[in-house]
Design a protein around this ligand. Structure first.
Ligand code: SAM
Length: 353
């Protein structure tokens, strides 16, 4: 793919078609590949059955903490209703959920044995889920980040300084800090209540309330890596650009930025999802085709949990836009379209000098 052209330029050098000429082609997405599908377990009552997830070392090590007898004991504790969710789940996913339940209920000395802590944010503090099984944090995202950074040459077990950008109340960074204590961990978010809660509950992570626009309170080149889960899926084009520049400033040359975006795969996913539907995906598709970027001010004056920013909504980014914007300051170390829950694209960018 060439860096400076849009898809439309490449396909239609003489001019792009009008919106009515664009056909919406919706591939069927049937396989969940990796990530936070477990989030939907609580919110939408989706069983884990039949889902395919990838599991790396972090999840495998954590699963190894439980014996088979203890797993059976926890299955007893969660009862019929809890067990129904786990029917047909991958054994490693089942263990992750059971460890969460066990932690939440103070069983089997799991805090000491896993290094995880059970404290959960109250319901009026932002978190992607408040479900009991999520006590201890999110092992799926932590595992994905650990694995993707390792694939790009950065081992969190060897010690690195890493920022969770837009960390909310810390579900991902708390898991990483507990399971990769060799590294030092930072988290920032615009939601002050979430950061205040995390500061009190997760002392091993250095949390900061971040401003709506740069700068971050970190010095130039002071981080080995930063990751941002479901952040570039929300920014309008201007903040999407300035925050990439700010990550470039705080990450050292050769360091990594892992971000997730809505790409063409998210449009396909949402077209098939009854919560969205095909018709709602026409505009983002046309926008991606025309300019590589699509944005809707989805939160309006109420803001997202009270944080008002009219350039924070729902956005879609094409790979062409990304390449055009990031090069030559960054190179692409890893790109996995729709790799996260068959929905968001995974990017790992390497800071060039
Ligand atoms: C979808 S959540 C993801 C949270 C976290 N990364 C996770 O995976 O648990 C988006 C986060 O971005 C934060 N955020 C960043 N910039 C924001 C802005 N301009 N307006 C509102 N929220 C913003 C929110 O407070 C929220 O914690």
């Amino acid at each position: 793919m060439r860096g400076r052209e849009t898809l439309a330029d490449l396909l239609h050098p003489g001019g792009i078609p009008t919106a009515s000429e664009v056909q919406v082609a919706v591939p069927q997405v049937e396989v969940e590949v990796q990530g936070a599908l477990i989030d939907r377990l609580a919110e939408r009552d989706v069983p884990l059955q039949g889902r395919l997830t990838l599991h790396g070392p972090l999840i495998r090590e954590l699963a190894g903490v439980l014996t088979d007898a203890e797993e059976a004991q926890l299955l007893d504790v969660i009862g019929e209703g809890g067990r129904a969710h786990l029917d047909g789940a991958h054994p490693l996913d089942r263990r992750m959920v059971l460890i969460g339940y066990g932690l939440a209920r103070g069983l089997l000395d799991l805090e000491a044995r896993t290094g995880l802590t059970a404290a959960m944010p109250p319901h009026d503090v932002h978190a992607m889920t408040h479900a009991e099984w999520a006590a201890g944090g999110d092992p799926w995202y932590a595992d994905m980040i650990d694995g993707a950074l390792a694939e790009c040459g950065l081992s969190l077990s060897d010690g690195a300084r890493v920022l969770d950008f837009g960390c909310s109340s810390g579900r991902v960074v708390r898991m990483l800090a507990a399971r990769r204590p060799q590294s030092s961990w930072l988290g920032c978010d615009v939601n002050a209540a979430a950061i205040n809660w995390a500061t009190g509950a997760i002392p091993e992570v250095e949390f900061t309330v971040q401003p709506l626009r740069p700068p971050l309170p970190y010095s130039d080149g002071s981080l080995d890596a930063a990751y941002a889960i479901s952040i570039w899926s929300h920014y309008a084009e201007a903040p999407a650009r300035v925050w990439l520049d700010e990550l470039h400033r705080v990450i050292r040359p050769g360091g990594l930025a892992l971000i997730t975006t809505h790409g063409p795969g998210a449009i396909a996913y949402r077209s098939n999802d009854p919560n969205h539907g095909e018709a709602t995906q026409r505009q983002p598709l046309v926008d991606l085709y025309r300019s590589g970027f699509s944005f809707v001010d989805a939160f309006g004056e109420a803001g997202d949990w009270g944080v008002v920013d009219r350039e924070w909504g729902v956005s879609f980014i094409s790979p062409e836009w990304m390449l055009r914007e990031i090069t030559p300051q960054w190179s692409v170390a890893l790109y996995r379209p729709a790799a996260i829950d068959a929905h968001q694209d995974l990017w790992v960018l390497r800071r060039e000098a």
